[in-house]
Write a protein that binds this ligand. Structure first.
Ligand SMILES: [Zn+2]
Length: 300
């Protein structure tokens, strides 16, 4: 695995020089503590956690331009090398079919009315939106930075938009169902994107967002270095995600945790609200002490 990753010749350490000025959740500066200096691929990724709110993120990280290059050229070959099997636009569709069926079974009974329009942010080849659109007789729009994967969605009859959601300007347009599937951890601005998605939701619409729950994954893998990966600028837990939803004006309607450690939320439009910052700081301190204890255990 290490040899195959080395063969890609991707020099992450030389490229990742963008330093987020502040915490994306609470806005704190100078409160981040370094908890890992290597990711699961062996790249020198610096993982930090904000002491004030518990948000985990990479600092420094790739810039937006570098991430665009990363997704079009490096990402699929890298995960292929890591897993020791081919992962591309074709194989991704098979995996997404399984994901889409499970999501449809969970999500569709929870929708108050039949959505006519779907926006799938980070929708890749459009498999998930296609399954949902067919079941709901709705039209789907797929937004993704990877043109190769979008071409599959376009061939299947979906509207496609190439680019990062952070650069997407829909004007006044809104959708009945907004999906952010296995994508939030890849965003460059989680707080700004959630606020934007809230604006893109019709008044009685629903959103579905799932996170890789770092608490769940850490319990399973036992090591933060196996959780950190350069493709994820952000590392969320249930408390930090709930805080981000409150700030964006989303109300949680339903929730699930899947076997692979993804925690999914069905959301409705709600009122913007300040999170309980003190509670977040306490949770952050617990998270930091858990990681320190693990580290001491590994060293001992
Ligand atoms: Zn913070």
């Amino acid at each position: 695995m290490k040899d195959q990753i080395a063969a890609l010749g991707y020099d992450y350490g030389a490229q990742a020089i963008h330093r987020p000025a502040e915490c994306n959740l609470c806005g704190a500066t100078g409160r981040a503590v370094v908890l890992a200096q290597r990711d699961r691929y062996g790249y020198p990724a610096i993982f930090v956690v904000c002491r004030r709110c518990g948000l985990g993120y990479l600092c420094p990280r790739l810039s937006a331009t570098q991430y665009a290059h990363f997704y079009s050229e490096v990402y699929r070959p890298l995960v292929s090398a890591y897993h020791g099997r081919r992962i591309d636009a074709e194989t991704v569709q098979l995996e997404q079919h399984g994901y889409a069926s499970t999501l449809a079974a969970f999500l569709l009974p929870l929708l108050p009315s039949s959505p006519r329009t779907i926006l799938d942010v980070g929708g890749s080849t459009g498999v998930v939106s296609k399954v949902l659109a067919e079941r709901l007789h709705a039209g789907a729009t797929v937004l993704d930075p990877c043109p190769g994967e979008l071409s599959v969605a376009r061939a299947a009859g979906m509207e496609t938009v190439a680019g990062l959601v952070e650069d997407f300007d829909p004007g006044e347009r809104t959708w009945d169902l907004v999906l952010l599937c296995q994508t939030i951890d890849h965003l460059l601005d989680v707080r700004g994107t959630l606020a934007a998605l809230r604006q893109m939701l019709t008044s009685d619409g629903r959103a579905f967002v799932d996170i890789v729950d770092v608490d769940v994954l850490l319990r399973r893998t036992g090591s933060i270095e196996r959780v950190v990966k350069i493709d994820h600028p952000y590392y969320l837990t249930r408390p930090t995600t709930v805080a981000l939803f409150a700030l964006a004006g989303f109300a949680i309607v339903a929730e699930r945790v899947t076997d692979d450690g993804h925690r999914g939320f069905v959301l409705a439009a709600g009122q913007r609200a300040e999170p309980d910052w003190l509670a977040l700081e306490i949770t952050a301190a617990q998270f930091l002490s858990t990681l320190s204890a693990r580290r001491a255990g590994e060293l001992g």
